[in-house]
Design a protein around this ligand. Structure first.
Ligand code: FAD
Length: 376
């Protein structure tokens, strides 16, 4: 057993830290934006980290995507900027179905651009009336005389309006399919979603009888759900990585504050209940980091088979991050409440993590199902 990261992973962490340092002065501004921050985008391109999201054959860095490497980058980025973390993560989340099931032409056209961060992708699953219950989507792809026609509305789509293409989950006669839709196709339009407590580049994407060639399908008709699962297999655990990074950053804020602020003649950190909160936070950060790294390491070999562990890591780390950051605000008293202070930003940013890419309750159902099926 070895709990140390191998040298290539350490190097990836180093690159991620450099990227994070370069955007630190604009992080507050970027994290309040519901549109792409141009300087963060340039910094992402210059970091070269987007090449982790594409296999080497199409201009990426590694032979295939490495969930542990992605996890490590997200851990570092989330500690500085949720905006940067999301921009990095979407490069993979939005393009992975092309990597797995795209035709040679689709891969050649898009993946090298994703690797160089020349384009931003988007994955469009959610609809106004279909969130956790993905099978209830109504967006539909139907055959026409010379191709396909796509109609429906997707909501709360990351990178909407900025993306060069949308990978869209839709129903058709044979089941659920994925289609690749260039953002400039006729009939595609974007409207803004409400601004969230922790702003995010989001929009609703409307497809009004969008005409597509038959070759717009990713994989075969009916392969859509499998492609969603494949994407989650690689990327769900990376949300856990981001949550660990967020919790670590919150704890560092609380440590700094409680070591120097004196009340009742002692630093806060030496007052019993505060010391207990610090200890509980550190313990939770370490526990969830270990679970996350293990799940990510399992996913390196077989993302689909380890989805259950990825779900556990995402559940544990996102729930822990919320607890940790809440305690940290408590330890910092009124200073923890200052709008746009680091801790206040982290407090808001922790909340959505328990909802997107599998709400905690939905993950628990899946984990329990797997556990009980295994013992039958
Ligand atoms: C910041 C952000 C970015 C996003 N980006 C994207 C994106 O890029 N692409 C995309 O397609 N979507 C995106 N989404 C949407 C996201 O995937 C959905 O919010 C998520 O799937 C949950 O769906 P919902 O919000 O409709 O909640 P609902 O499905 O309405 O669920 C609400 C709550 O009900 C409970 N619940 C639901 N089902 C069950 C169940 N079976 N058992 C027990 N409890 C249950 C849970 O507590 C859940 O939180 C994003 C959302 C956010 C907040």
């Amino acid at each position: 057993m070895n709990f140390e990261l191998d040298e290539p992973y350490v190097e990836i962490q180093r690159q991620a830290r450099e990227f994070a340092r370069s955007i630190e002065p604009i992080a507050v501004q970027a994290d309040e934006m519901s549109e792409i921050h141009p300087e963060v985008y340039v910094a992402l391109k210059e970091s070269g980290l987007s090449d982790l999201m594409v296999p080497a054959e199409y201009g990426g860095r590694l032979e295939r995507l490495d969930p542990l490497a992605i996890c490590l980058v997200r851990e570092v980025l989330m500690a500085t900027s949720a905006h940067a973390d999301s921009m990095f993560a979407l490069q993979g989340i939005g393009s992975y179905a092309i990597t797995v099931a795209g035709s040679a032409e689709q891969r050649d056209e898009w993946l090298p651009k994703v690797a160089r961060a020349e384009v931003l992708p988007a994955l469009a699953l959610t609809e106004p009336n279909a969130g956790s219950d993905l099978k209830s989507v109504t967006t539909e792809v139907v055959p026409t005389a010379d191709g396909l026609s796509l109609s429906g509305t997707k909501s709360y789509i990351s990178n909407a309006g900025a993306a060069a293409f949308y990978v869209v989950f839709a129903r058709e006669e044979s089941g659920y399919s994925m289609v690749l839709v260039p953002a400039d196709a006729a009939g595609v339009s974007v409207t803004p979603t409400p601004v969230l407590i922790a702003p995010h580049v989001l929009g609703d994407v409307h497809f009004d009888k969008v005409r597509l060639p038959l070759t717009a399908r990713l994989g075969n008709p009916g392969q859509g759900l499998g492609l969603v699962l494949a994407t989650l297999g690689v990327f769900r655990v990376s949300v856990a990585g981001a949550a660990v990074g967020l919790a670590q950053a919150a704890l560092e804020e609380a440590v700094r504050h409680t070591r120097t602020r004196v009340q009742f003649g002692r630093p806060l950190a030496r007052l019993g209940p505060v010391a207990q909160m610090l200890a509980d936070c550190w313990t939770e950060v370490e526990m969830t980091r270990l679970l996350t790294y293990r799940a990510a390491n399992m996913a390196v070999d077989d993302p689909a088979a380890s989805l259950n562990h990825s779900s556990m890591a995402k559940l544990a780390a996102s729930e822990a991050a919320s607890r940790v950051v809440d305690r940290c605000v408590q330890m910092m008293g009124r200073y923890g409440l200052v709008r746009d202070s680091k801790i206040e930003r982290l407090y808001r940013q922790a909340r959505p993590m328990r909802i997107y890419e599998g709400a905690s309750e939905v993950l628990r159902l899946g984990i329990a199902r797997q556990l009980t099926e295994e013992v039958q």
